[in-house]
Design a protein around this ligand. Structure first.
Ligand code: MD3
Ligand code: FE
Length: 223
């Protein structure tokens, strides 16, 4: 009776959900960080503006990217690689702000990977229509460590497949503040992002920002 007055109508989303062996979604985990996170991202983007990479096949990616931390993800006609220097400025990538380190470490701990220290953070920006085709993140870094991904701004449909490109994909809606911790076998799964639907987000406007935190392969830093 009275209790009904106080019941909220369905946040139907469980706070955590296992997507695959080693992959867990932590719904809203980044929300307590957003007040510090959004200005910190603004600072990074001032030093290292978003740019559209050209794939080795010569296509301009619809997603714009930048990086912070000791290594960044870059691409040109010679292929994809990690580099400590922003090729657009000739300077090192902006350092990782402490709020990003704390968020990544906290999420990793919550996802079962205590002791994760994020060293590199790829920042992807999606506007209406931007997408990421199905791919594997194979080239990188330390496969024993998890990847932590943080979704901010407009919601996106994340596509999660199997170990073969032809495996069926499942769709997950990732909203502002959702964090996914990817470890174990899920690290090699094909994944992508469906074309972003237009919309307006209260804090970030007409875009989605995704942060991907990785640990650098031992010995790779500074090369
Ligand atoms: C699953 N980014 O940058 S984040 C990427 O939303 C990338 O911007 C997407 O895929 C985005 O490479 C997805 C989630 C993610 C990141 C890395 C993964 C999922 C992953 C690596 C292996 C398996
Ligand atoms: Fe990826």
């Amino acid at each position: 009776m009275t209790a009904d007055l106080f019941e909220t109508v369905g946040d139907a989303r469980p706070p955590r959900e296992t997507m695959a062996e080693g992959a867990v979604v932590l719904r809203g985990f980044a929300r307590p960080f957003e007040a510090a996170l959004i200005p910190a991202l603004g600072d990074i983007v001032k030093q290292a503006p978003f740019r559209h990479l050209i794939t080795p096949g010569g296509h301009r990616m619809s997603v714009a990217m930048t990086n912070c931390g000791s290594l960044g993800w870059v691409s040109d006609s010679s292929g994809y690689r990690c580099d400590g220097i922003d090729p657009n400025s000739g300077a090192p990538w902006p350092p990782m702000p402490s709020v990003l380190c704390r968020l990544a470490a906290g999420a990793a701990t919550e996802g079962g990977y205590a002791g994760f220290t994020a060293e590199a953070c790829l920042i992807n920006r999606y506007v209406s229509g931007a997408k990421l085709s199905l791919h594997q993140d194979k080239d990188e870094l330390d496969f024993a460590a998890p990847i932590v991904s943080v979704s901010l701004g407009l919601p996106a449909i994340f596509l999660f497949g199997g170990l073969k490109r032809s495996d069926p994909t499942r769709r997950y809606r990732l909203e502002h503040g959702d964090v996914v911790v990817w470890g174990g076998p899920s690290r090699l799964a094909f994944h992508g992002v469906a074309p972003l639907a237009d919309g307006e987000h209260g804090l970030l406007g007409r875009q989605r920002i995704n942060l991907t935190f990785r640990k650098v392969r031992p010995g790779a830093a500074g090369r």
